[in-house]
Every structure is written in structure tokens, then in C-alpha cells.
Design a protein. Structure first.
Length: 344
């Protein structure tokens, strides 16, 4: 049997470092953000214990669900140190939805996990505003999430992010279509917006070697600070590629994340085929030139650590390449034929 000490101050959750009122305040702030991502199949209303999605209302008759999860990696450290939190939410969504897109699935709904030691509603709202923007850019509903205040687990203003997405495709239409791939198929690369969300532990090391502060003028873009340039959000390819996937002319997609073009393109290919890439087929953005020169990084290391300017690669029949290049250009993408498939 336990007894209370009448001389001891009564303890509350707030005394332990958890502010329930702040959490509830944040929910009220982000409700309109979530509602702005409403799409057929989801109302994107928050407040329940789970989020619902109606596949029939989304237009699917016999769907296969594809799920994915990811984070922002150590790019988040640059955002925290610089105080520029508005775009890492876009990164979070992009890293998840571009993955399920590579399987041929349309992203349908998204959930986020935000964990911190002490909840700052202003910072959290800024991050979640970016998540909502990423969802809108990809036609994906933000239907729920979790904000965890965990004193003792994170120091100061530190926080971490994780994202979870579910997409769908009609049965029989998932990518890659490995049986249809053949020697001579073309590989089309879509431009990235920069390093996206990969290689940032190496990027931070290069910045350390350079001696530059995060608020210094960017050496490869005089119109931005170094932090602003390196926080350029990951490009979302959903609205461009979902209609093209439905034409049946795309045989495979590779999302160029950790491992670069070198490691990711083979993931969509059958063992009987290999990619032959011309790394001079597209202009490499200045950020990569600066990273390589400043860090004295070997070319092979560059190709495995970074996307080097290509964020997504398509495998297509040679006869369809010109038409698809025109469609991609009309959709606002910078597309390049970067190679072809060869027998292994």
C-alpha cells in the first residue's frame, strides 16, 4: 500500500515536461492545414483515433495497396540549426510518395509522426504546414498523425520526423513491368531540385570543411544563404507521372535516393538486364560541383552518395521515348535520355 506525502507538492504531467494543452492547441492550428489536402476518398478531418479512406470514392475497383515510410534524414539538422523549418515537411512527403509512385501507385493518404522533447507549437505548425503543402502538391490527403512530446529523449529544440503513405494501383498495373523490358529500352531521367534528402551527412561534413556558416552567402547561388540553398525541398513527381503510368508506356521507375543512380536504377530491372548510363547526358547542378570540389569527393562516391541532378528514372520502349519526352516537357519537367538497357 502506498501513502502520499502531504508536504510534497502535487506533481502534474506538466511538471514532467509534457504540456497537454500545447498539444491540443497544435491540433487546432493544423486542422485547417489537413482539411486543405482533402481529396476524393478522404475528408482529411483530424480528431479521431484513426483516419479513414474510401477506395471506391477514389475511383478504384480492384486495387492493390502500396505503403511506404521514410524520414528527412540529417537534412533536418540544417533546418533546426538555421531555424528554417517551412520546407522539410515537403521533403518528408516527397521521400515517401515518390517511393510508392515508383511502384506504379497513386499516393492516396499520408500520416506524419513529429517527436520532440518540448513542444513548440509555432515550430511544429511550420513543419506541418510544409507537410500539408507536400500533400497538396502530390494530390495526397493528410488524414492523421502523431505529435509526441518526450522530455529527456530530445535536447533543446531538437525534433524528428517520420512519414507514412499509402497508395493504390489497379490489380495488374504495378511497376516494374519486368517481363516487357528488353535490350534497347531507353532510360529517361527527370531533373532533381538538388540533393533532395540524401547524402546530407556528407553535405554537412563538406560544409564543415568549407568553414562557411549556414547564414553565409551561398557560393553556388548568390541569391540565397547556404542553408536556404541546401534546404531546397525534394521534387515531387506524382502529378506528372501518374497520368503517364496509366498510359502503360512506362515499364519501370526508379526513385533516385540513397545509393544514387548507380544503385537505384538496377532495382527496377530484371537480372537479365543492366543499365548503361551516360553521366554526361544532363547538366549537373552547381551544388554538386561545389560539393565535389570542396570535399574533394571521388566521382564514384558522388554517383553513389547523391542523385547528381536526376531524381527519377523511367524505363521506356525506344519507340515511345520521343512522345514521352514531349509529354514530360509539357508537364514542366526537364527530361533527358540518360542511357539504355543492355543484356547483362
Amino acid at each position: 500500500m502506498t501513502t502520499s506525502n502531504p508536504d510534497q507538492k502535487p506533481l502534474s504531467y506538466a511538471d514532467a515536461g509534457v504540456d497537454i494543452d500545447a498539444g491540443e492547441s497544435l491540433i487546432e492550428i493544423i486542422k485547417p492545414l489537413a482539411k486543405s489536402t482533402k481529396r476524393p476518398g478522404a475528408g482529411a478531418d483530424l480528431g479521431g483515433f484513426g483516419g479513414a479512406f474510401d477506395l471506391r470514392a477514389a475511383g478504384y475497383t480492384d486495387p492493390i495497396l502500396i505503403s511506404g515510410t521514410d524520414g528527412v534524414g540529417t537534412k533536418l539538422r540544417i533546418a533546426i540549426v538555421s531555424g528554417q523549418l517551412g520546407t522539410v515537411g515537403i521533403d518528408l512527403v516527397a521521400m515517401c510518395v515518390n517511393d510508392v509512385l515508383a511502384q506504379g501507385a497513386e499516393p492516396l493518404f499520408f500520416l506524419d509522426y513529429y517527436a520532440t522533447g518540448k513542444l513548440d507549437t509555432t515550430s511544429a505548425a511550420s513543419v506541418i504546414s510544409g507537410i500539408a503543402e507536400g500533400c497538396k502538391q502530390s494530390g495526397c490527403a493528410l488524414i492523421g498523425g502523431e505529435t509526441a512530446e518526450m522530455p529527456g529523449m530530445y535536447e533543446g529544440s531538437d525534433f524528428d520526423l517520420a512519414g507514412f503513405v499509402v497508395g493504390a494501383a489497379e490489380r495488374g498495373s504495378l511497376l516494374p513491368l519486368t517481363d516487357e523490358m528488353a535490350e534497347g529500352d531507353f532510360l529517361i531521367g527527370l531533373s532533381s531540385s538538388g540533393p533532395h534528402s540524401n547524402g546530407y551527412s556528407l553535405i554537412r561534413k563538406v560544409v564543415e570543411v568549407s568553414g562557411l556558416a549556414w547564414d553565409a552567402q551561398c557560393p553556388f547561388d548568390a541569391n540565397q544563404t547556404l542553408a536556404e540553398a541546401l534546404l531546397t525541398p525534394t521534387r515531387l513527381y506524382v502529378k506528372t507521372l501518374v497520368p503517364l503510368i496509366k498510359t502503360g508506356k512506362i515499364k519501370g521507375l526508379a526513385h533516385i535516393t540513397g545509393g544514387g543512380i548507380t544503385d537505384n536504377v538496377p532495382r527496377m530491372l530484371p537480372d537479365r538486364l543492366r543499365p548503361e548510363i551516360d553521366f554526361k547526358a544532363w547538366p549537373r547542378p552547381k551544388v554538386f560541383e561545389w560539393l565535389q570540389q570542396t570535399g574533394n569527393i571521388d566521382e564514384n562516391e558522388m554517383r553513389r552518395a547523391f542523385n547528381c541532378g536526376i531524381g527519377m528514372v523511367l524505363a521506356v520502349a525506344a519507340a515511345d521515348a520521343d512522345q514521352l519526352m514531349d509529354l514530360l516537357s509539357n508537364a514542366g519537367e526537364n527530361a533527358f535520355v540518360i542511357g539504355s538497357l543492355k543484356n547483362a
